[in-house]
Design a protein around this ligand. Structure first.
Ligand SMILES: Cc1cc2nc3c(=O)[nH]c(=O)nc-3n(C[C@H](O)[C@H](O)[C@H](O)COP(=O)(O)OP(=O)(O)OC[C@H]3O[C@@H](n4cnc5c(N)ncnc54)[C@H](O)[C@@H]3O)c2cc1C
Length: 328
């Protein structure tokens, strides 16, 4: 039977690498199951692999390319001895000890391999939901975004009209945030009322820079490779009429899906499938020895720096827990 790991880190975004740096420096000899890159949610390095410019992560005065940033974090974790396997966890058994995780067998490419461990740090992120249009994918990083806080201040979105799609709290928040930079924010929603809380709705609708476009969906993102987004083609669901809203950016704000399906029935999740942390100040989950950090456990902030901070907390919590169990 293979050795029992002290700690296994699932995921290799800012949360996973930060947990790996702390766990490795604490002599936990962590094994990082980094994702296998088969699709977007499984990319080693996480969501920042899909962005060109990260301007708000402390320590990079000139900003840094997302892929480069994740490469630096990985090197830092490996420097202290973190071991890395590019593979994807398919299921877990956290009801018996040691804890068991099955992952895609990265040697054979088929079947599953088993890892047994005393503790686990879950840092599998949450994917932003997009509309699913081919044109939307085409203009990603060229005018299409799913994060106003991340991208809203970029020069391309300043003093130009932009579109936010969605009607919930996050859509209203994103639209309000974007009014700091854009000349006008069209808030395109498929219904004629917003699902956001009343106070946020009232504030948004009173904002002169927010123009709601009711009963409407975006059917196509328009633009050119040289100029990026120049508009969106819309359809009114009540009248069937189509039209074009001229804009230089489109922000999808239709929610996130945490990458936690493999934890169902094993770890308590909240109503939106985020890992339910047991203590607001810690990383503890419903299973002793299983800790979580980053976007998979954070429905609110979802930023690289907050994910890294949560990864740090998870590693420190794991280290303390292992010491209490007498695992050295
Ligand atoms: C286009 C874009 C631009 C962004 N720009 C910024 C920005 O400028 N600044 C900023 O602060 N934030 C930005 N964000 C948000 C930021 O990317 C996230 O907040 C951050 O990446 C979350 O880190 P994380 O470690 O929690 O998860 P992620 O970075 O999402 O990493 C999740 C990891 O888990 C792995 N994984 C998932 N499921 C499994 C599994 N079953 N088994 C093994 N591995 C698994 C994935 O492969 C990945 O390695 C941006 C997001 C997007 C989409």
């Amino acid at each position: 039977m293979a050795d029992i790991e002290k700690t296994v880190i699932v995921g290799s975004g800012p949360a996973g690498w930060t947990a790996a740096i702390y766990a490795a420096r604490a002599n936990l000899n962590p094994l990082v199951l980094a994702g296998d890159g088969v699709n977007r949610d499984r990319m080693p390095g996480g969501q920042l692999m899909f962005t060109t410019e990260v301007e708000n992560y402390p320590g990079f005065a000139e900003g840094i390319d997302g892929q480069k940033m994740m490469d630096v974090l990985q090197k830092q974790a490996r420097r202290f001895g973190a071991r890395v396997q590019n593979t994807y966890v398919t299921r877990v058994d956290f009801k018996t000890r040691p804890l068991s995780l099955w992952h895609v067998n990265d040697l054979s490419g088929d079947g599953e391999a088993l890892v047994r461990t005393h503790s686990v740090i879950v840092s599998t992120g949450a994917r932003a939901n997009y509309l699913g249009l081919a044109s939307e994918k085409h203009f990603e990083n060229n005018g299409v975004s799913a994060c106003a806080v991340c991208d809203g201040a970029l020069p391309r979105f300043r003093n130009v009209p932009v579109v936010v799609v969605g009607g919930g709290d996050s859509a209203v928040e994103e639209a309000t945030y974007l009014t700091k930079f854009a000349s006008l924010v069209y808030l395109v929603h498929r219904r004629d009322t917003l699902r956001a809380s009343k106070i946020m709705t009232d504030r948004a609708l009173a904002n002169q820079k927010i123009s709601p476009v009711w009963n409407t969906v975006v059917e196509e993102v328009l633009g050119t490779d040289a100029d990026g987004v120049t508009g969106v083609r819309t359809k009114n669901l009540k009248t069937g009429r189509t039209g074009v809203l001229p804009c230089r950016g489109m922000f999808a704000a239709i929610g996130h899906t945490p990458n936690t399906a493999f934890l169902k029935g094993q770890v308590a999740l909240d109503g939106k499938n985020y890992v339910a942390l047991q203590d607001p100040f810690r990383s503890t989950t419903s299973v002793p020895g299983v800790f979580a950090g980053g976007d998979c456990a954070d429905p609110v902030y979802r930023q690289a720096v907050t994910a890294a901070g949560m990864g740090c907390k998870a590693a420190l919590d794991a280290e303390r827990w292992l010491a209490e169990q007498g695992v050295h």
